[in-house]
Design a protein around this ligand. Structure first.
Ligand code: CO
Length: 139
C-alpha cells in the first residue's frame, strides 16, 4: 500500500552550495551530506513538516544522475512514495506490467528502497521506500 510522499529528490551540480541556499534563503535545516556509492551520489535530506526534500549530486558524470544533469539540467529527479512493504509493492507493480529498475528492495537512505522505470509512469521516476529503523531519511 502506498502511504504518502516520503521525499522529493532534486538533482544538483553542487550539493554544498545548494544546501546553503535551502538553509540561508529558505530557512530550512539540511542534515549531513552522505555519500551513497551504490547510487553514485552524494545526498542530503532536508526535513519539511512530515516530508523531506533530498538533494543529490552525482559522484561522476557517467552515473545515472550525472547523465540526467547533462540531459535535463538541475531539477526534480524523483518522487519517493512511502510503502509498508517494498518487495510486495514491487512484485505487485511488476505483475501489472510496470517496468522496474529494482525487482526487489535494497538498502537506501530512506530505508529499504526500489525504483520504478519512468517509461511505465509517464516520465516520472518513482522510488518506493519502506522506512526502517529510526523513522525518516532519504535516498
Ligand atoms: Co530518494
Amino acid at each position: 500500500m502506498i502511504k504518502r510522499v516520503n521525499h522529493i529528490a532534486i538533482a544538483v551540480k553542487n550539493i554544498e552550495e545548494t544546501a546553503a541556499l535551502y538553509r540561508d534563503v529558505l530557512g530550512l535545516n539540511p542534515g549531513e551530506v552522505h555519500t551513497v556509492p551504490d547510487q553514485g551520489v552524494k545526498a542530503v535530506m532536508i526535513p519539511i513538516g512530515d516530508g523531506e526534500i533530498e538533494l543529490i549530486e552525482p559522484l561522476s558524470p557517467d552515473s545515472g544522475v550525472g547523465k540526467f544533469l547533462e540531459n535535463k539540467g538541475e531539477g526534480i529527479h524523483h518522487i519517493c512514495l512511502e510503502v509498508d512493504d517494498v518487495d510486495k509493492e514491487l512484485a505487485s507493480l511488476g505483475g501489472k506490467g510496470v517496468s522496474l529498475i529494482d525487482k526487489v528492495g535494497r538498502a537506501g537512505l530512506a530505508g529499504k528502497v526500489g525504483f520504478v522505470h519512468p517509461r511505465s509512469t509517464k516520465g516520472v521516476l518513482f522510488e518506493l521506500a519502506q522506512p526502517t529503523g529510526h523513522g525518516k531519511g532519504g535516498s
